[in-house]
Design a protein around this ligand. Sequence first.
Ligand SMILES: [Zn+2]
Length: 426
Amino acid sequence: MNTHPGGEQRRPHEEQLLEAIRRIAVIDAHSHLLPEPQHVAQHRDALTVYGQYTRLPMFASGLSEEDWLRIHDPAIPLEERWALAKPYIFLVRHTSFARAARQVLKHFWNVEELADHNIHELSQRIAAENRPGIYERVLRKECNIVHVLNQNSPPPDDRRELDVYQDQQLLQPVVALIDPRPQNLDVNRMGGNDGFLSLDGYLDWARHRLRALAEKGAVGFKTFALDYGDPDRDRALADFSDLKRRQAGLAYDMPTPLLSYIHDELLKAAAAFELVVAVHTEFWGVHRHHPRYMMPILERHPNIRFDLFHSGIPYVREMGLIGVNFRNVTVNLCWAHSINAAMTCSALDEYLDTLGSDKVIAFGSDVRWMVEKVYGHLELARQNIASVLASRIDRGLMNFEEALRLAKEWLFDNPARLYKLPVVLD
Ligand SMILES: [Zn+2]
């Protein structure tokens, strides 16, 4: 047994494999990173390490949204914010969300955990390091990441949507299939066209938007699983008229007849561009985004390559079943490792028994606000992969080279092929 930072222990094969996996170039197959100029313009401190998704178990343990906002409000003194955060960090410390955070503390600043004695100095270091070049340093040098498949929130101004995707060497844009900005969901204005018009007029505008984004370098479109039902043009037209009469907007997260029809029409457009359609499945809302809702869509659009996200957590088994039944599906474990490392490990082990090596994408960080967090999410993924594959080596089911080959396919080759990314490494 080897002992590691944080007291973790690994078997000899596992340790050796993990070291080899850390040398593999990686594609972060799903993130929401801000453009770097925005990242460096924003406040960062030690509490940001426990930002973003660590809030979820904290909320479940009683943290209020109001206190959460206070914890991350730099106008409030650090001591006060730390006092609010400290009990919740303690409560959630064994969750996968917090493990990812601790990997970041250890790797970048050699700190095991936030504490009274380090919170100030660490905050100063983190703020000082948040400067231009941080993406190159953290993503390329520290993480060995070659590309990030990045889904940015579009700016409020329609005309600037195309301009937010600047760094297409490192950040490769994945864009929303249906424009989620409020002005483009208002049926009296949608399409940036006041006083307009018809459902077909909206669809023309939306198809044109997708084409423009594809020409600008988008590598995929993003949507989410909902219980859409079969698309029905007549029902969609009635829905559209009704919304116009009520002066209401399209609820783009409700599976209404209008949304189902628009979604299906835009999938047809996406198919023509031969780009991947990435799909959020589950986690939020228990049954709301169940991966099984995608099955009729997978059948209806056999020429689209669908990348199903988050392994459908907690429906990882249904996801494996969908993966083996549909040739146009890839199972993507983005975010899954840091939601539930144990579930993702057992799912990956089961996928080895069910799916070909081309069917799994094993990592996407899903990080938004603090680029260093990508490292923590990646390290959890690497540890899970090493653990699962080392067990197979120990049982004589594969050798070391085969295990490493699989890790490389899952971490690099599969996302590179699916999203047609350049594979030349510098
Ligand atoms: Zn995401």
